[in-house]
Design a protein around this ligand. Structure first.
Ligand SMILES: Nc1ncnc2c1ncn2[C@@H]1O[C@H](COP(=O)(O)OP(=O)(O)O)[C@@H](O)[C@H]1O
Ligand SMILES: [Mg+2]
Length: 193
């Protein structure tokens, strides 16, 4: 049976990309909470968790990082086309991999979670920058491994200039603007008008 998204909530993938400590997990948790409060089905794919199951065994070479992103993208696409609100928070440093996912997922919203390296290192949420600068961690994004910023993200959040709540609010506003937060009843009413 064919059911178009007209009768359903519209799925989407919010893809948070940025350096470690930029704020991806923090913002995604607030957005997840807000979407659930609106009755949406939400799935979060967080890089740290994904690496302990879906991508277990992958390392941090360019090739492995790209495979990691493509795997997350594969799952995100399955969920998105079934009306789920998907939130991905993963460093996803390579533009090529992100763009490949963008081409696969129709409803793809790329959010660049941006904070200067110095700010991320100062926050040092997980104590990893200290180790990376001491040379104890190889291939650490931003320190000894590349990060390619998005050229044209749907949203660019500068987290060193605002509070997490403000950043999350901008995400919700963007979803509203793009029409992803309409209820099925609102969509039907619009159709009849
Ligand atoms: N506008 C903001 N958005 C998100 N996080 C922020 C913001 N301002 C400050 N922070 C802080 O930055 C840190 C980000 O950590 P985290 O969300 O774990 O980053 P990531 O998941 O990108 O590695 C948290 O301690 C958070 O409180
Ligand atoms: Mg995180």
């Amino acid at each position: 049976m064919y059911r178009s998204w007209i009768d359903e909530e519209r799925g989407f993938t919010l893809w948070f990309t940025g350096l470690s400590g930029a704020g991806k997990t923090t913002i995604s948790e607030i957005v997840e909470h807000e979407l659930k409060a609106r009755g949406r089905r939400v799935e979060v794919l967080d890089g740290d968790i994904v690496r302990t199951n879906l991508s277990k065994g992958l390392g941090f070479s360019r090739e492995d990082r790209i495979i990691n992103v493509l795997r997350i993208g594969f799952v995100a696409n399955l969920l998105t086309r079934n009306g789920v609100a998907v939130i991905v928070s993963a460093i996803s440093p390579y533009k090529e991999a992100r763009d490949q996912v963008r081409r696969r997922i129709i409803d793809f919203i790329e959010v660049y979670v941006d904070a200067p390296l110095e700010v991320c290192a100062e926050r040092d949420v997980k104590g990893l920058y200290k180790k990376a600068f001491a040379g104890e961690i190889e291939q650490f994004t931003g320190v000894s491994d590349p990060y390619e910023p998005p050229a044209a993200p749907e949203l660019h959040l500068k987290t060193s200039e605002e509070e997490p709540q403000e950043s999350a609010q901008k995400v919700i506003e963007k979803l509203e603007f793009l029409g992803y937060l309409k209820t099925p009843a609102e969509i039907r009413d619009f159709d009849r008008a």
